[in-house]
Design a protein around this ligand. Structure first.
Ligand SMILES: NC(=O)c1ccc[n+]([C@@H]2O[C@H](COP(=O)([O-])OP(=O)(O)OC[C@H]3O[C@@H](n4cnc5c(N)ncnc54)[C@H](O)[C@@H]3O)[C@@H](O)[C@H]2O)c1
Length: 366
């Protein structure tokens, strides 16, 4: 008897079995009719031990992600590797007709982002950069408020928040694996929160700054990690977007202040204050405040924090990805045609910081 399509198990592979792969495995296991059939990691033994913890002893492990993709008939791969290998893994999979969920940040350079988009377009497959905060109720509310027109035309956004001191370790602190530091690691979340809210307008120019006064200093970081540290731990920038919109950007793994302030979105009819947090990944530290003029009175409305999604953000992102793949229409819930602008800003910030002057952002035709 012919197997019904809806009962067919969705075959997933994981490339990169490190820290974040745990969240993938734990949430894939909760999805109906989805199985992890194989994985790839540079350290095969480590990966085998990793899957044994979950009782997944049948997961085949490859040291080369290309063999994983070539040998297994996968519906999708999750790319959870170092940032510097995001693009090559995603492009290889898309070129072979495999859907991709890619960890954030999308990649390291603008050229890599363009390669990913080209491969996506050619393949017609789903390419999904996994910004799980998109599924948070409060983050959605920010977009709802902007789209409701309560702010009028948005013209200025200041991103606040950032960490006073919380420098990560592992592969995140070396350029050879991570490409950049706080800028790409948590800066991409801040940019996605506000860019998504305003509909991802095209970035035009950026003047950027980055520094690393803490990560490489054993006074402020674990001495062994300080020796390896060669990325930024703080970045700032001034971004001009199409439509006369400005983003005043900041991100930090370390600085000498608890917060430089809240995130604020200014519009012609109102403004929104989003209370400062260490990382704009869906966490809310307090009520947002909406400022408007009503009948000639200046009003302030405190918006209670909306409840967390009970299933968790990672589950929501994986479910949205698998549902989109199953639908087979090639329509990604988080289009990379948007995320390329996120990457373009980060790339511009790096270039501008290195040149010491404002740079133009050029998005390649794809
Ligand atoms: N969404 C989130 O909340 C979140 C949180 C943390 C990290 N991340 C992202 O996830 C990615 C991985 O971060 P991590 O903290 O898990 O790092 P990690 O260093 O713990 O794990 C990365 C793993 O990838 C493997 N790897 C690297 N290159 C490979 C290749 N070419 N083929 C196969 N395996 C390879 C490494 O051996 C390692 O096991 C990064 O891009 C990071 O930004 C996302």
């Amino acid at each position: 008897m012919e197997e019904k399509k809806c009962n067919k198990k969705f075959r997933m592979g994981i490339i990169g079995v490190g820290h974040i792969a745990k969240a993938y495995v734990e949430n894939i296991l909760k999805l109906d009719n989805v199985e992890i059939v194989a994985a790839s990691d540079l350290l095969v033994e480590k990966a085998a031990v990793f899957f044994e913890q979950y009782g997944l002893c049948d997961v085949r492990i490859y040291s080369d992600y290309r063999e994983l993709i070539d040998n297994e008939k996968l519906d999708a791969v999750a790319v959870c590797t170092f940032n510097v290998t995001h693009a090559e893994c995603a492009v290889y999979a898309l070129d072979r007709g495999v859907n991709v969920i890619l960890e954030k940040p999308m990649c390291v350079t603008m050229e890599e982002a363009a390669d990913i988009l080209r491969a996506e377009k050619k393949s017609g497959k789903i390419m999904f950069v996994g910004f799980q905060p998109r599924f948070d109720n409060n983050i959605k509310e920010i977009k709802n408020i902007v789209e409701s027109g309560k702010l009028g035309k948005v013209y200025y956004i200041r991103i606040g928040g950032g960490r006073r001191r919380r420098i990560p370790n592992r592969s995140l602190i070396e350029k050879k694996t991570s490409g950049f530091g706080a800028l790409g690691d948590i800066g991409c979340y801040a940019l996605d929160m506000v860019m998504n809210a305003i509909g991802y307008p095209k970035p035009l120019t950026v003047s950027g700054y980055k520094s690393s006064y803490f990560g490489a200093n054993p006074k402020y970081n674990d001495p062994e990690n300080a020796k390896r540290f060669d990325v930024d731990d703080f970045a700032a920038g001034f971004v001009r977007l199409e439509g006369g919109i400005i983003i005043d950007f900041i991100t930090s793994w370390a600085m000498h202040i608890d917060t430089p302030g809240d995130t604020v979105i200014l519009g012609t009819e109102g403004a929104l204050r989003i209370p400062s947090v260490e990382c704009w990944n869906g966490a809310m530290s307090g009520n947002m405040i909406l400022y408007n003029d009503v009948d000639g009175e200046q009003t302030e409305t405190s918006l209670p924090i909306l409840p967390e999604v009970p299933e968790g953000l990672f589950y929501c992102k994986l479910k949205a990805f698998v549902d989109a793949c199953r639908e087979g229409k090639g329509k990604s819930p988080i289009p990379s045609s948007e995320i390329i602008y996120n990457q373009a800003i980060i790339d511009g910030l790096v270039r501008s910081s290195e040149l010491g002057k404002e740079v133009e952002i050029v998005i390649p035709e794809i």
